[in-house]
Write a protein that binds this ligand. Structure first.
Ligand code: 2HG
Ligand code: ZN
Length: 468
């Protein structure tokens, strides 16, 4: 990375101010702090400056300028990421897409919406609802995450069992490649068999190939009156047994779990227990229940699971408000523990492998972290577990990270044996980079590098993220 003197930096930024309004090229400490980091909070932000282009042409000019001057760029959305992919800690220029925040087009026949990259997820969801439709990619950070960032990380979330990942909803993408070319990829087509689909390379590329500036998203019909059940489960194995039964009988749109230890953190923030019985684990599941027609079926399934000893108690929502309250028990966990600087795991295996993986890592974590608080939660219906280890207040951050890093090696070795992934949905960014080889072998990483070289020959796009 080139070090610039302050007069060189000033000249570089002045150059940018010739094609982006000076007010949108910021160097003030507040902007550098806020735009230079994401939710990981592990790295000290240190960007050169923050630039907020107001249109696609300005993004293109900026990328061309960055190539000429070998300026590293960090594309920036809502910065709700948890892997450090949107962190600028090495003098990079942050490119915030937040001014590209317009919904551009809607077509009721196509059932699709075209929007700029900086549109907030919830704004797309609300727009869809106003059209009588539904954008089903959903997660707790919906109020600040942006569509461009969702696409750059192929965001998953809480409805994947029914609707899949962000990848499944993107029918068109406009990107500025790391070379500064504008590509208009797939243009909203459902079917297009005309060769390599570059759209899918950009989905999940974490800003390393170029900058997403616009997206066309599919919409679908809304869920019919979903009901939510929370079930108290005595052991981890019971969870998958319940899943196997329920998914065959109900139209599930979510199947999540969390531990009693995790629940206690949201209770501390003012939420209430779903029922009096305490169990080590809980399942939260959502299913379509138009006119309450599935309630009897759900209750019969509940009885069956109770007879098998798979669950000990449960509750089913009686209203939309109650459903929302139950959802908060799961959705609020991540934020409720952030003050404990958790070491985050975001692992995935095939659903069928979950019981075997759980059995192995449960023992491993108990052995390796005897004195740490280990919280389990996540999207178990997708094979995706978030295991969070809380930092003891008395321990130094660096020592804690080091110890967790060592345990990660054991954990990921187990995961590798089960054919799993070190990141299900949060991405690799900086935090998972040292472990990428557990999921992708060296030959495959070689292909990733070669692809990057094609789109970003000067290595200016989010350098140091995913791999070096
Ligand atoms: C969730 O599912 C998010 O709540 C955050 O992906 C997970 O905090 C985490 O580890
Ligand atoms: Zn998650």
């Amino acid at each position: 990375m080139t070090m610039h003197t302050s007069s060189e930096t000033a000249a570089l930024l002045d150059g940018i101010r010739t094609f982006i309004e000076p007010a949108h090229v910021r160097v003030d400490p507040d902007s550098c702090l806020n735009y230079g980091r994401d939710w990981t909070r592990l790295y000290a932000p240190n960007p050169l400056a923050v630039v907020l282009p107001g249109n696609v042409e300005q993004v293109r000019q900026l990328v061309r300028y960055a190539n000429e001057h070998r300026l590293p760029l960090v594309p920036s959305g809502g910065r709700t990421g948890l892997s450090g992919a949107a962190v600028a800690c090495r003098g990079e220029l942050v490119v915030s897409l937040e001014r590209l925040n317009r919904i551009l087009d809607f077509d009721p026949v196509d059932r699709s919406v075209t929007c700029q990259a900086g549109v907030v997820t919830e704004a797309v969801q609300n727009f869809a609802r106003e059209q009588g439709l539904y954008y089903p990619v959903d997660f707790a950070s919906r109020g600040s995450s942006q569509i461009g960032g969702n696409i750059a990380t192929n965001a998953g979330g809480i409805k994947v069992v029914r609707y899949g990942l962000t990848r499944d909803w993107v029918t068109g993408l406009k990107v500025i490649t790391g070379r500064g070319d504008l590509l208009d990829l797939n243009r909203g087509l459902i079917k297009n068999a005309s060769g390599y689909d570059l759209r899918h390379l950009f989905i999940g590329s974490e800003g390393t190939l170029g900058i997403i500036v616009e997206a066309t998203l599919k919409l679908t019909r809304p869920l019919h009156e979903p009901s939510v059940m929370v079930l108290g489960v005595p052991d981890l194995n019971g969870i998958m047994a319940i899943y196997g039964l329920l998914r065959g009988k109900l139209e599930l749109s979510a199947f999540e779990f969390f531990s009693e230890m995790a629940l206690r953190h949201v209770l501390k923030k003012g939420l209430h227990r779903p029922f009096d019985t305490e169990t080590p684990y809980y399942v939260l599941t959502e299913f379509e229940n138009p006119d309450g027609l599935q309630t009897d079926e759900a209750l019969a399934l509940f009885e069956h699971c109770a007879e098998q000893g798979w669950l000990a108690d449960g509750v089913i929502s009686q209203s939309e408000t109650q459903a929302k309250e139950l959802w908060r028990l799961r959705e609020d966990i991540s934020e409720s523990i952030s003050e404990h600087q958790p070491y985050k795991n975001d692992i995935a295996v095939r659903i069928s492998r979950v019981p075997a993986l759980l059995a192995e890592i449960d023992g491993l974590l108990a052995r390796e972290y005897p004195d740490f608080e280990v919280l389990w939660y996540g999207h178990i219906g997708d094979g995706n577990l978030h295991i969070n280890i809380l930092k003891p207040a008395s321990m130094e951050s660096a020592a804690f990270a080091k110890q967790c890093g060592t345990v990660s090696e054991h954990l990921f070795a187990v995961l590798q044996r089960h054919g799993g992934s070190i990141s299900a949905e949060h991405g690799v960014g900086l935090t998972k980079k040292p472990y990428l080889h557990y999921t992708r072998d060296e030959t495959e990483i070689g292909y990733l590098r070669a692809i990057k070289q094609v789109f970003d020959p000067n290595g200016i796009m989010n350098p140091g993220k995913i791999f070096d």
